[in-house]
Write a protein that binds this ligand. Sequence first.
Ligand code: PLP
Length: 425
Amino acid sequence: MSHFENSLAFAQEMDAKDPLKSFRERFHIPNFHEKQIRYFTGNSLGLQPKSTKEYILEELDAWQTYGVEAHFLAKKPWFSYHENLTNKIAEVVGALPIEVVVTHSLTTNLHLMMVSFYRPKGKRTKLICEAKAFPSDQYALESQVKFHGLDLKENLIEISPRDGEHLIREEDILAKIAEVGDELALVMIGGVNYYSGQLFDMKSITEAAHKVGAIAGFDLAHAAGNINLKLHEWGVDFAAWCSYKYLNSSPGGVSGLFIHERHAKSPELPRFAGWWGHEKETRFLMEPGFKPMKGAEGWQLSNAPVLGMAAHNASLDVFMDAGMDRIGEKRDLLTAYLEFIVDEISERNKEKCSFEIITPRDKTKRGAQLSILVHGKARELFDTLTNEGVISDWREPNVIRVAPAPLYNSFEDVFYFGQILEKSI
Ligand SMILES: *Cc1c(COP(=O)(O)O)cnc(C)c1O
């Protein structure tokens, strides 16, 4: 985009015009370094909203005052605490409230989803995923295939970028789905790839899976709170995400899961059960015989970790005030500005060190992350950036991931990132 300029005055003008500029004030920006921190790792651990402490203190006070009776006497009764989050997270991921629940942690939820949705039968046993998925997803997928006593090599099909390329071609995913056809049980892919920042077309992958009679599920760890998702409309079968990346809801924070209403309302769908998924009215009768709640809530195992959920609630209220539409607009503009700055610096310094942005150039194929492949002394460059106060993320062998989070990063942050990057070369 040629209307950008690599100058402080330009960056400050962009900030002045930014409809979300006041949101930065609602976050604690880290300050532990002699140099000012420029934080670009909201894709790994989002920053703390200033309101989080107050939300958590409210529940500590309820515990102090009421003990166990806070389950019913607290201002937000713990018995149904997760219900405070349902409508908000439904809006963030584009779902009906009945299709979502906040519960457990991400990898646990992926397993619970596969218990219900990866049930190999007859010749329909195969699972398609992306090559080099996030390690936890790899382990989860492998262990699910093995759990069913199936051969990994034969049943876990990984799709890689073509030789010499960094991104997976969507046409290759769709072609593989068609090719595996009636042997395909499940496609499970990261909606946004954590390494490359590539966003996949979840609607067409879902349609292709359904066309051959398979299920489509997505890990949205890098998509929730980042991408304008429409899970219900796209017909996605299931999804799960964590809340501590773009959703700023505390380290190891509670996860969310989505189950399309066409499945969520089926009590007969097999699942691993626990008391919190049992019909609310009769839960405390403690009678034998599991009767699942209707909707995604019927997949809950355990009572709510209220303190973590309070942090999530604080953050989701910030999201509700900002609105996913405005977040998406700023995300595209801020990421494009970062792209412009990196390209300009790369061009000017190509004798010494050059940068190749491997994340898609097309803004409809990415979110708030650029993965920069460094040709030259990559690790030294990364360490210098860190010493200068830039918090970004290193991935072997030579990729730096930089995520400008629209709620709290400014155009000025991006400008200074460029200044420090150029100085570090
Ligand atoms: C961050 C991330 C995880 C982390 O899983 P936890 O169960 O929350 O530790 C898993 N998968 C992907 C794709 C991730 O990006």
